[in-house]
Design a binder for this molecule. Sequence first.
Ligand code: GTR
Length: 536
Amino acid sequence: MNTTELVTTIELVESDFGWSAETAIPPIEAAMVPHRQADRPCADLDPDSPPIRYDLTVPRRSHPAGNRGRSIASLRSLAMRLCAPVAIALLSLHLAATMTPDASAQPPKEEFNYDEAKVRAYTLPDLLMIPEGGRSDGEAVSTPEVWRTIARARWLGLLESTEYGRWLPAVPVTAEDIERGPGPDGSTRIQARLRLGHGPDAPATEVLVYLPSPSRGDTPELPSPSRGDASERLPTFLHLNFSGNHAESSDPAVRIPSGWVPNGKDTGVDDNHAQASSRGTLASRWPVKLLHDRGYATATAYCGDVFPDHAEGRKASALPSLGYAVGDARMVSGDEPGAISTWAWQLSRILDWLVTLPEIDPTRVIVVGHSRLGKTALWAGAGDERFAMVVSNESGCGGAALERRNYGETVNRITTSFPHWFAPTFATYAGRETELPIDQHVVLAMTAPRPLYVSSAVEDRWADPRGEFLAAVAAGPVWELFGKVGLGTDTYPAVDTAIGSSIGYHVRSGPHDITAVDWVHFADFATRVLPAKAGR
Ligand code: GTR
């Protein structure tokens, strides 16, 4: 590394409405490239060397606040790529100090396309071609072995670095305050506070499980922990919820979260505090009895336990306990995990505990998620292959819908409205989705050869139902590599008709939601593709 301090003055160009990643990057890149240590990886740089310093002259003018965040994220990710780690802090701090956001300066309103005729032609990255990253670059994936040992890991790495951020490490899980009691309709309720990590101050999540009663509804006898003959262990649906376990169940014994919860008309919350009057207000999203009648156990937890869902949520999230940066969600390195990665980690930690329950079949835990939590379910299933099946309900942009299709929500919109969900690098692809090294068929393919279910709703055009279907079609070749059939068709199905083989799909009539109709399809599919294994 250069040991003399370099000062480079860069005049940044302004676009019509202030800063943009596109206008800021080229001059920075031009200035930084000559100082890059092209022949040495970042990890080799001597941390004690004085920093290379890039002094930026930034015209003080109005900058739309959201745009500023995106520029900083872009620049940080660029600095990472150029192996100038020490410069990153200087760059960001300097930009933050000089770029004064002006709320009155609005970027031009983004137009969203809902016209199929205006969807541009695109070519998706070829899943069966090994992406760059070392050995076998660009070679065809011809066997399940090559997929498992090389291609899958390479794609997963690209999803981490460009979209969701790094997968978080496992930590010890300790169950506290375990409660077992009779739940609604003859079920058994189990609640536990799971401590995720070391010590009493480690983050915690409250898990709520309902088991069907021993005879599936007609005796009040509770299953005991000693019960659990292997042949009777239950397949289980696990999902995260948006507003607290109590909002998804009318059961008065369900614990209420003590931390931040979103305000909402449905839950009646208007001060970000959970309240008893919200009990059961979102119960239509979790039809416990229906699942029990079909022989499934079911479990849920509140996503805000590990990452409150707002732009400042990182501070109260589990990330600091795992050694990740705290502060402005936009001021972290390019592949820093965001809320989706943290929620996926929560699901994996819940799974660590669920599989210890004698009633639960550890080989048949299905992860389900709706909308932002559908994006999360996909990412959880990608990073944790213990999930036996993955269900994405209306996960849309950043979930099951192809980014290259300009239909409904865009990368620009999602990363400015929800900067905390993704790794900062994802924002740099706003408006240049065709340059992404991945698309959403890649995250779907991470489930292979396990069963995958994708569902859409006709009126949920924001989530691009056809784009979700086409991603499922495009992921199919990976199942075929394993001798399975993916969706088995590229013809869009009739409304409310489930199709598929190892990948299932339906588009429900109605708006954006997760309803009993959706759950019936998930359970039917799971019953078909995940039979109990004899002799367990
Ligand atoms: C929307 C967001 C979508 C989707 C949805 C949800 O506002 O634009 O990507 O995730 O929220 O989670 O309900």
